[in-house]
Design a protein around this ligand. Structure first.
Ligand SMILES: [Zn+2]
Length: 73
């Protein structure tokens, strides 16, 4: 499987992450990503693809719903 670092591992949409750009001002530098959410990323994508903002906010808002929806994909 080819890893696209610009695609969110959860919703498969563009994560808009700029962390790969020098002197970036990416939102992911300032947002706190829950440890539990990181562990939900498939192993082959961990530390490779960023999670998008929508998924982080959805997880923080309603963790159980997020996990349930993840299982239906
Ligand atoms: Zn996402």
């Amino acid at each position: 499987m080819k890893v696209n670092p610009k695609i969110c591992p959860f919703c498969k949409k563009e994560n808009l992450c700029e962390a790969h750009i020098v002197n970036n001002n990416c939102w992911c530098n300032t947002i706190e990503i829950p440890k539990e959410l990181r562990t939900l990323i498939p192993k082959e994508l961990q530390m490779k693809a960023c999670i998008c903002k929508n998924c982080i906010l959805a997880f923080k808002e309603n963790k159980d719903k997020f996990i349930k929806e993840l299982a239906t994909i």
